[in-house]
Design a protein around this ligand. Sequence first.
Ligand SMILES: NC(=O)c1ccc[n+]([C@@H]2O[C@H](COP(=O)([O-])OP(=O)(O)OC[C@H]3O[C@@H](n4cnc5c(N)ncnc54)[C@H](OP(=O)(O)O)[C@@H]3O)[C@@H](O)[C@H]2O)c1
Length: 246
Amino acid sequence: MKRDATQKVCLITGGSNRLGREIAISLAGRGYSIFFTYFSSEDQAKDTLEEIQGMSPSSSMAYCNVSDVSSILESFKAFKSKYDRLDLVIPNASNFYQTPLPKVTESDWDSLVNTNLKGTFFTMQEATKIMLKQQFISRIITITDVSAELVWRRFAPYTVSKLGIQHITKIFAKEFAPHILVNSIAPGTILHNPDRDQTYEKEILAKIPLNRFGSPNDIIRAIMFLIDSEYITGEIINIDGGRLLY
Ligand SMILES: NC(=O)c1ccc[n+]([C@@H]2O[C@H](COP(=O)([O-])OP(=O)(O)OC[C@H]3O[C@@H](n4cnc5c(N)ncnc54)[C@H](OP(=O)(O)O)[C@@H]3O)[C@@H](O)[C@H]2O)c1
């Protein structure tokens, strides 16, 4: 599908389902051409692409395992074969599961840290190579987690990976200013996982001053704010209903 050269382009990793899908659909509605990656959810990715193409026909998708740099490079090759500009990158792909501290294995560590931190880093590195050649300001919005600022004993590799992403967000912001604005959104609890622990959920809800879990729209509003902002870089925006006040 031929694209209007002035149409903005967004690349988002992990866009097949859940939050990534909601973000991709909203940005398509906002006029962006979307290139998203999927990993294990090919069928859901196809459904998401169909929905996105209904609003933004030049959108497309590709497989990517973000824990493998060669796979990231392949997906950027696919991206570059289709698009001649890159306005916005959202490294959203993530791995999340409980890892009680005494039981963390090397494989847990590699799986969580490589998907989240290494995957985000090399996605950002590839994106900046395209963005720096452009004559306009582009943006990267990393997706982290308020737990990066909390001390959760059951999630150490995950929270370490998200804290690492917050740090590289600041490093990239400094390195690539003023050409690329780099910020992070740190959600609180937005969507629950299939292996949800309802007792644990009640404990979390009791620590949210705004008395509800967040919704994808709470995150999308912040993304829309950042893509319209021209004087914010290196910031972490916590969207957590006040969770960090506890
Ligand atoms: N949900 C929340 O309440 C919440 C709270 C705080 C922070 N966040 C952050 O917000 C973002 C979206 O949340 P979510 O709950 O929608 O995330 P998610 O479902 O846990 O994961 C998002 C996507 O990451 C992809 N993925 C996993 N491993 C991958 C790999 N090795 N290579 C490439 N892609 C991989 C999956 O794609 P496939 O399905 O195609 O395999 C999945 O759809 C994440 O960064 C998450 O950490 C979410």
